[in-house]
Write a protein that binds this ligand. Structure first.
Ligand code: GDP
Ligand code: MG
Length: 166
């Protein structure tokens, strides 16, 4: 099986950490400063029965200036390419305007959507469950997967589920 998986979400939720963990190499810069990722970064993961191109995108936010517009365009391109979209949030995510804007755009996409809830190493599981419950009706998610991109928790499961839905 083969396909494209786009990783989308607000700045700082851990998208670049996730792609590094998936690929097993530091291909994207990780920083607690928003807007560190300015272009889409692709990493190919090959298994026995699959080949997946993961796309790390700049954080999605309102386009105020030229650089921001370019970054938003990158995210839009990756949505067009994607067979599967990982909408990444952290367990304490609040649904602000940035997030709702992204949801609106994802509603138009025919890709399979996963809700990936990150930073389970620092947030309580209950928090993630509450969030999942709140978000599930927002988009028609095929899977909800709580992970820690930092510790690697549930990353294998995430890949397994992606392969299943390709
Ligand atoms: P991006 O902007 O979505 O690409 O986020 P980054 O991958 O650059 O990460 C933003 C910050 O969150 C960095 O300080 C990371 O070390 C941190 N971070 C990412 N994933 C995790 C995680 O699973 N657990 C914790 N505790 N921190 C994380
Ligand atoms: Mg990044």
């Amino acid at each position: 099986k083969a396909g494209f998986v786009s990783i989308l979400g607000r700045p700082n939720v851990g998208k670049s950490t996730l792609i590094n963990s998936l690929i097993g190499e530091k291909i994207a810069i990780v920083s607690n400063k928003p807007q560190t990722t300015r272009t889409n970064i692709q990493g190919i993961k090959t298994g026995e029965n699959y080949q997946i191109v993961f796309i790390d995108t700049p954080g999605y936010h309102k386009a105020k200036d030229t650089l921001n517009r370019l970054m938003v365009q990158q995210a839009a391109d990756s949505i067009d390419m994607a067979d599967i979209i990982f909408l990444m949030v952290q367990a304490d995510e609040h649904m602000g305007p940035e997030f709702r804007n992204l949801v609106k755009i994802l509603e138009e996409s025919k890709a399979t959507k996963f809700l990936v809830i990150n930073k389970l190493d620092i947030f309580k599981k209950e928090k993630a469950f509450l969030l999942a419950e709140k978000m599930f009706p927002v988009l028609n998610f095929t899977e909800v997967v709580p992970i820690s991109a930092r510790t690697g928790k549930n990353i294998d499961l995430l890949v397994e589920l992606a392969v299943k839905h390709l």
